[in-house]
Design a protein around this ligand. Structure first.
Ligand code: ACO
Length: 305
């Protein structure tokens, strides 16, 4: 036993990857299952807000791009469930944990998409925040999660660019289109900042996850990096970020900004956001309606065995 413990400590200390065959502490395994499963569930639930606009995309090209994006999110969910399975937990168990409300998914997907501009803003801000959070995860100490994140981040970059392009087009359009873009950015700014989680002082897992090399940066550091990236992009778009206290701080070398309302974040995470009930109702219905697909796939696999 002592040998495997030392081997694990050595892998972490020398920034190498832990693989499924390696011994790992139970708490390391449990933390990874929690985070990877929550991440997978977020990708799956995250298809809903944008899928809501598939039938109303303003052109065939926009529709084809959005369809590809929503399908990518399904793919991300599947890679991530596969990465979680390498930790010894069957996929059925993970899916049940989501459907029974025992697992969380990202707060952001509990906000409704009220206008076409929201498709642009989600790409720009939500996928932009996801990239800032997830690029460091390509260096996560657990190999299968780190490798899954490489492809996911490349696809997220495309998603971010398509969102930016939607907003760029709207902000160069009619007065009504510019107003729609601004109104959307006003609604999504703070929920996007909240995606990074509670402030460091209130984050339950950050310290241990960073010591294990699962997380590489704290919630607040990533949030700051995101704000610093968004300000010049907002200027190019010609939208105003809805924070009167947003300004460059020469001393810190960062923008000062108003943090999101963490009580709202916790309420949304606890199930009380504007769209939590709809999201879960829809997911449970889709799961039940597609039982026949899982049955057919299992029967086919059995026949070929
Ligand atoms: N939405 C839902 N739950 C959250 C959020 C959020 N935005 N932020 C924090 N939480 C939860 C945590 O899961 C944790 O709950 P738990 O203890 O019951 O498991 C609790 O709030 C306390 O937060 P932290 O201790 O800071 O949690 P953690 O160290 O896991 O950090 C974070 C949270 C940053 C989200 C981390 O889990 C992470 O990087 N996950 C991978 C990325 C991810 O899941 N992205 C999904 C959305 S992006 C997209 O799919 C487009």
């Amino acid at each position: 036993m002592a040998g495997v413990v030392e081997y694990f400590d050595e892998l972490i200390a020398t920034d190498q990857r832990v693989e499924p065959r390696d011994w790992m502490p139970d708490a390391y395994r449990a933390t990874l299952i929690r985070q990877i499963a929550q991440h997978a569930h977020s990708e799956i639930i995250g298809m809903q807000p944008e899928a809501n606009w598939l039938t109303r995309a303003p052109s065939l090209a926009r529709k084809a791009i959005l369809l590809a994006k929503v399908q990518d999110e399904a793919g991300h969910g599947l890679y991530l469930y596969a990465a979680a399975e390498t930790l010894g937990v069957p996929r059925d168990e993970l899916v049940d944990a989501l459907l029974l409300g025992r697992h969380k998914y990202s707060s952001i997907f509990n906000y409704p998409t009220l206008s076409w501009a929201d498709v642009g803003t989600i790409g720009w801000l939500v996928d932009g925040a996801a990239i800032v959070n997830q690029v460091p995860l390509t260096r996560c100490s657990y190999g299968p999660y780190a490798r899954a994140m490489v492809r996911i981040c490349k696809e997220e970059s495309f998603h971010q660019r398509q969102g930016y392009d939607v907003l760029y087009t709207l902000t160069r359009g009619t007065r009504e289109q510019r107003r729609m873009a601004q109104e959307s950015v006003d609604r999504w700014w703070y929920p996007s900042l909240a995606m990074f989680g509670p402030p460091d002082a209130a984050s339950t897992h950050s310290e241990q996850s960073m010591a294990w090399g699962i997380k590489r940066h704290s919630n607040d550091d990533l949030r700051q990096r995101f704000v610093d990236l968004c300000v010049p992009q907002a200027e190019v778009l010609g939208v105003t970020l809805p924070d009167p206290d947003l300004r460059w701080n020469d001393e810190r070398g960062h923008y000062d900004f108003t943090p999101p309302d963490y009580d709202e974040l916790m309420a949304v995470v606890a199930g009380d956001g504007p769209a939590n009930r709809d999201r879960m109702r829809h997911r449970r219905r889709a799961h039940d309606q597609h039982q026949w697909v899982r049955d057919a796939a299992a029967a086919y696999a059995e026949k070929n065995r």
